[in-house]
Design a protein around this ligand. Structure first.
Ligand SMILES: O=P(O)(O)OC[C@H]1O[C@](O)(CO)[C@@H](O)[C@@H]1O
Length: 592
C-alpha cells in the first residue's frame, strides 16, 4: 500500500491576506468595538450587538469574553426567554416520537421555543436601554432584537456539535438534557434543533456583519460578512472538497486508517464521511488561517450555482448526493438492513426522498462478500419469524445464509441498493457508498448478536423492515438489476466512460472514467460529485482558466458545482503515465 496522500483538511482559498481573519478574543473584541463605533446612530434606541448562535455554541464562553471586553450595560441570553424545558419537551414530543432513532420532520421554528411573555419582557428591557450598549446572544438573538446595530453569526458544524453532545457539554435547544444519551440528543437535533436553526440561519446569515468561528474555543476567529460571502461565492464556482470526518463503529475496520492517514487512537474506523454537506464543514482560507463553517452554508447561499437549476428546483436547499466510506477490512459485517420505500419514508418520517444507496468497492480481501437481496424460493414468512426469534433467543441466531444472497465483492464492483432491498456490506471490504443524502433511515433486521460501542444492543426495527422488504428482489433479479451493470457509453484518446448505475428507482446516475490522459467532463448544469477510485493523484482543470488547477488524491471525494460547466480531469504528479479512474455521480435528468 502506498503511503497516504489523502488530504484531511482541504480548504477553499479566499484571500492570501491573513489579516482579514481576526484570531483570538482580544482581536475579535477590537473588531466588534470598531464596528459598534461606526454603527449609524439610532436616536432613542439601544446600541445592540447581537450574536445569533447555532445550537451547541458555548454561550457561557461567549458571554464571558464579550462582556469582559465590551462591558455592555446589559447582556441578554436568548435561552432565558424560552419556554421551560418541560414545555419545550412537550413541544417537540410529537415530532420526536418515542422511537430511539427516528422522528418526523416538522415545521418547528426557533420562535416556537420562546415564551411570548418572557420575550416581550426582553424587548421592553431593550426599549428602556436607549443609548446604551446591549449584548444579545444565543439561538434566537435576532428574534429578541431583529434589527441590531451589529450582527454576528456564530456558526458551528454538526460534526463538532456531535462531539460536544458525546462529551455531555451541550443539551438540546431549550432543554437541560446534558446527561441524556448522545444518540438521543443527536436524534432530537437532527429532527428539531438543526432544522429550526437552519430556518433562522437562512434569514440571519446573509445579513450578518461578521461570522464567528468558535469551533476551537482557544482560537476563535472572526471574518466580515463580506469576506464570508466572497468565500462562498468563490467555492460555488470551482471544484472543492468538504472536510471529512471519521467515526468508529462496532463493525469498523483498519484500512481506512491507512488510506486516509488517520490517527492511531480509536480501535477502528467504520465510517468516513467525505461528502455529506449536511454535516461536513467547509474550510475557508485566509492566508494561513482557516475558518470553519458548515458546508450547508454554501448550499443555502448559492443553491443555483452549486446544484444547478434543475437540482435546486427539485431538492430545494438540500445537497442530495452523499459519498462516504464503510471500512470492514479487519472488522465485521454491517447490520443486515433495509431502507424505507419512498412513500413509507414520506408517510412515516416526512422525508422528501428516501435513502437509496449503492456500494462501490474500493478494496476487498479475498472472500469478502456483500449480502444483497433474498434467495430464490425462500419461505418469506419463515424468514420474518427467524428474524424475530433471533433478537431474543441467543440459541437461535438468524441463519442469514439460508435467506440472503452472499455475493463476492471485488475491487471496482458496484452494487446498487434501491430502498426495499435487504443488504449489508460483509467483513473485508472498503466501500465507497454513493447514495442519496438521507443516512439515518436504516431498519436493522439483524445485528449478528453483537453489541454497539456503548455495550448495548443497537436498535432493531423489524416492523418497519417487514413493511419495506421487497420479497421479489431475489437472486436472479438482483444479478440482472443490481450487480455490475456496466455499460460503455463514450471514449476518446486515453479515456473511456462507463455507466455503472444507479438502479432506475434511484435518482443518481453514476459514470466511471478510466483514463491515462485528459478526460472531458461537463456538469451540464447539475452538480457533479467525484471520487478518485484509482490512481495516486489527478488534476481538475478549467478549459477557460475560470478556476485554478485543483489537485485530488486517491479516495478523495470532490464536488464540482453546476456553474463550472466543462472541465477536464487527468492523471497528475506521481500518477502521470498510469491509468486512473474516477466515479462520478450526478442527479439524473429523465432521459439519462
Ligand atoms: O447500521 P449499521 O450496521 O451501522 O450500518 C451502516 C450504516 O451506514 C449507512 O450506510 C449510512 O452511512 C447506513 O445505511 C447504515 O445504517
Amino acid at each position: 500500500m502506498r503511503p497516504s496522500n489523502y488530504d484531511k483538511f482541504p480548504f477553499v482559498p479566499v484571500t492570501a491576506e491573513a489579516g482579514a481573519c481576526r484570531i483570538g478574543w482580544p482581536a475579535i473584541a477590537g473588531a466588534l468595538r470598531a464596528a459598534l463605533g461606526v454603527a449609524p446612530a439610532r436616536p432613542g434606541q439601544p446600541l445592540v450587538l447581537a450574536v445569533e448562535c447555532y445550537p451547541g455554541t458555548d454561550l457561557a464562553l461567549l458571554q464571558r469574553e464579550l462582556v469582559g471586553a465590551l462591558k455592555p450595560a446589559y447582556c441578554l441570553v436568548a435561552d432565558d426567554y424560552y419556554r421551560s424545558p418541560a414545555e419545550v419537551d412537550a413541544l417537540v414530543a410529537g415530532p420526536l416520537t418515542t422511537d430511539p432513532v427516528f422522528g418526523r420532520f416538522n415545521g418547528l421554528t426557533v420562535a416556537d421555543f420562546f415564551d411570548p411573555q418572557r420575550l416581550r419582557a426582553a424587548q421592553e428591557l431593550l426599549a428602556r436601554a436607549a443609548g446604551q450598549l446591549v449584548l444579545v446572544l444565543g439561538t434566537g438573538a435576532t428574534l429578541v432584537c431583529p434589527g441590531p446595530a451589529v450582527l454576528v453569526y456564530a456558526d458551528l458544524a454538526r460534526w463538532e456539535i456531535q462531539q460536544r453532545q458525546r462529551r455531555g457539554e451541550v443539551a438540546n435547544l431549550g432543554s437541560d438534557n446534558f446527561a441524556e444519551k448522545a444518540s438521543l440528543k443527536y436524534k432530537r437535533a437532527y429532527f428539531v434543533d438543526w432544522r429550526a436553526a437552519d430556518r433562522l440561519k437562512k434569514q440571519a446569515l446573509p445579513r450578518a456583519d461578521f461570522l464567528l468561528d468558535a469551533h476551537d474555543p482557544a482560537a476563535p476567529k472572526l471574518i466580515t460578512g463580506a469576506d464570508l460571502r466572497a468565500g462562498l461565492a468563490a467555492a460555488a464556482r470551482r471544484p472543492f472538497r468538504v472536510v471529512p470526518f471519521f467515526d468508529p463503529g462496532p463493525w469498523g475496520g483498519q484500512l481506512l486508517r491507512e488510506v486516509c492517514g488517520l490517527p492511531a487512537g480509536p480501535a477502528n474506523y467504520a465510517w468516513g464521511f467525505d461528502c455529506v454537506p449536511e454535516e461536513n464543514s467547509l474550510l475557508l482560507g485566509f492566508g494561513d488561517a482557516r475558518v470553519e463553517i458548515p458546508s450547508l452554508d454554501l448550499v443555502f447561499a448559492h443553491p443555483r450555482e452549486l446544484l444547478g437549476e434543475a437540482v435546486h428546483g427539485r431538492f430545494g436547499t438540500e445537497f442530495p448526493i452523499r459519498f462516504d466510506f464503510l471500512d470492514t477490512v479487519g472488522g465485521g459485517n454491517l447490520s443486515l438492513q433495509v431502507h424505507p420505500l419512498t412513500e413509507y419514508a414520506q408517510d412515516q418520517f416526512g422525508l422528501a426522498y428516501t435513502q437509496d444507496e449503492s456500494y462501490y468497492i474500493l478494496a476487498a480481501e479475498p472472500g469478502a462478500m456483500v449480502h444483497l437481496g433474498l434467495k430464490e424460493n425462500i419461505d418469506y414468512q419463515a424468514m420474518l419469524g427467524d428474524l424475530a426469534r433471533a433478537q431474543d433467543d441467543p440459541a437461535a441466531p438468524f441463519p442469514a445464509a439460508t435467506y440472503i444472497n452472499e455475493l463476492p465483492a471485488r475491487p471496482h464492483d458496484h452494487f446498487l441498493i434501491p430502498a426495499g432491498t435487504v443488504h449489508c456490506a460483509g467483513a473485508g471490504s472498503l466501500v465507497l457508498e454513493i447514495s442519496a443524502t438521507p443516512y439515518i433511515f436504516t431498519f436493522k433486521l439483524w445485528d449478528w448478536a453483537r453489541l454497539g460501542l456503548d455495550g448495548q444492543p443497537r436498535p432493531v426495527h423489524l416492523a418497519h423492515g417487514g413493511a419495506n422488504i421487497q420479497p421479489d428482489r431475489t437472486t436472479a433479479w438482483v444479478a440482472a438489476n443490481l450487480v455490475n451493470r456496466f455499460e460503455p457509453v463514450a471514449s476518446g484518446a486515453g479515456w473511456r466512460e462507463e455507466r455503472t448505475g444507479l438502479h432506475a428507482r434511484e435518482f443518481i446516475e453514476t459514470r466511471r472514467h478510466w483514463f491515462t490522459g485528459p478526460v472531458p467532463h461537463d456538469t451540464r448544469g447539475g452538480v457533479n460529485v467525484l471520487n478518485l477510485v484509482q490512481g495516486a493523484e489527478a488534476v481538475v482543470e478549467s478549459l477557460t482558466g475560470a478556476f485554478a488547477p485543483f489537485v485530488v488524491h486517491y479516495a478523495e471525494t470532490f464536488i464540482v458545482p453546476a456553474a463550472v460547466g466543462p472541465y477536464i480531469v487527468r492523471p497528475h504528479g506521481p500518477a502521470t503515465g498510469t491509468e486512473c479512474a474516477t466515479m462520478k455521480a450526478f442527479v439524473r435528468a429523465f432521459g439519462d
